[in-house]
Design a protein. Sequence first.
Length: 133
Amino acid sequence: QHKQTLNDFYGKTNQEWELIYKATRDGFDANTFHSRCNNKGPTITIIQSNNNYLFGGYTAIPWTSDNSYKSDTTAFLFTLTTPHNIPPAKYLIDTSKTVYAVNHTSGYGPTFGGGHDIHLAHANDANNSSYTN
């Protein structure tokens, strides 16, 4: 069900995705995220929160560790499930802010948006530093 929704958001209904990083399997360390995801091409990040939200972001820009923002006019955020039974939704990037689409800081996990619309901190299973706006 979620795969079809994500593919609809992506715009290719038969897209196949490869799982390259899963924090509960590979660890919550930012370095591990980057070692597994850097230079891998377009990615969809799916996040499950402690309070039953399933959400994330897409970027066509391969992740790096060069401590800079990357521009991506195709980036988007999404929700899949919420505890309030709100239908899945896709949120397109503000065209005036595409230069801040994703943040490639080596000490961060996946981070989307200037001011960080979604930010996963290093070792996010052991602290409260991750957030959404």
